[in-house]
Write a protein that binds this ligand. Structure first.
Ligand code: 13P
Length: 284
């Protein structure tokens, strides 16, 4: 299936109230596993990449690999750049043919964030690329971007004004979720999701998917947050798969078997999330 725009995936999921996983990949094996899980569950999927990975692999290589692999996968798939405060990397990804970017200007003042996000949206939309906006920093560091503190929550009217003035396609609010492994049970501000969506019907984004309960996912998706980000859990499965395999088979030197073992575990993990989010069977 050809690669589809992010807007197409999020609009259907938002309207029908199911979730679509945005899974952070770091290489060929992880991208292959995420797409295989999507094919296996007939699920639309968002392949998400951090700036750190883009800097290692290059925007064009990732896009070419994605276009080729998604082209062989019979479900709608789209390629998204995760938290990016760097305008140059955003421009590189747009030029390389990516489908969507998260311009993370949450460290800037409200006015500066709004002005810069408007510029990013203008450029992105000229190329058919979607933009996720962020106003309040999500707690936790994601591949070197972010901080251990959640940003101050912006009053609802200012958040809605930001969404309208910038023309962003999706919005990532600070709702108490955090990147990385949770130290306790997070206190989620479900009402914030409902309030934003009631004021402006835009698909919201759940950051910090690793470690949230199934009930939390269901409630956030039901209230209007169809894009659900998962990164840390896939890193854990990948690293543990390699570690276990090498410990159990110290004399095995076929790298393809090692990669295959990791892929198998990743596919099972991603299928689990797709079922929980409700995207199974939703591929048009
Ligand atoms: P986790 O690393 O907690 O799964 O969060 C992923 C994320 O929100 C990416 O932006």
């Amino acid at each position: 299936m050809p690669v589809v725009p992010m807007q197409q995936i999020l609009r259907d999921a938002f309207d029908k109230r199911y979730g679509v996983g945005a899974f952070n990949i770091v290489d060929w094996v992880t991208m292959d596993a995420v797409l295989a899980a999507a094919a296996g569950t007939r699920s639309p999927v968002i392949v998400q990449v951090s700036v750190k990975t883009v800097k290692v692999m290059g925007a064009k290589l990732i896009q070419v690999m994605f276009a080729e692999m998604a082209g062989r996968t019979p479900v709608p798939a789209t390629l998204h750049l995760d938290h990016c405060p760097d305008r140059q990397v955003i421009e590189d990804c747009i030029a390389a043919g990516w489908n969507s970017v998260l311009f993370d200007a949450s460290k800037l003042t409200y006015e500066e964030n709004l002005a810069q996000t408007k510029e990013v949206v203008a450029l992105a939309h000229r190329h058919g690329v979607a933009v996720e906006g962020e106003l309040e920093a999500v707690k936790g560091v994601e591949d070197g971007v972010g901080s251990e503190d959640q940003g101050a929550v912006v009053p609802l009217d200012k958040a809605v004004a930001f969404i309208r003035a910038t023309g962003i396609d999706s919005f990532a609010p600070a709702i108490g979720t955090a990147h990385g492994v949770y130290k306790g049970t997070p206190k989620i501000n479900f009402d914030r999701v409902s309030e934003i969506v009631a004021a402006e019907p835009i698909p919201l984004v759940v950051h910090g998917g690793t470690g949230l309960s199934e009930e939390t996912f269901h409630e956030l998706i039901r209230r209007g947050a169809p894009k659900v980000n998962v990164s840390t859990q896939l890193k854990i499965v990948l690293a543990d798969s390699y570690r276990t395999y090498l410990e159990e088979k110290p004399k095995e030197y076929d790298p393809l078997k090692l990669l295959g073992a990791a892929k198998k575990n990743l596919v099972a993990q991603v299928i689990y999330f797709m079922k929980v989010f409700g995207s199974e069977g939703k591929a048009a």
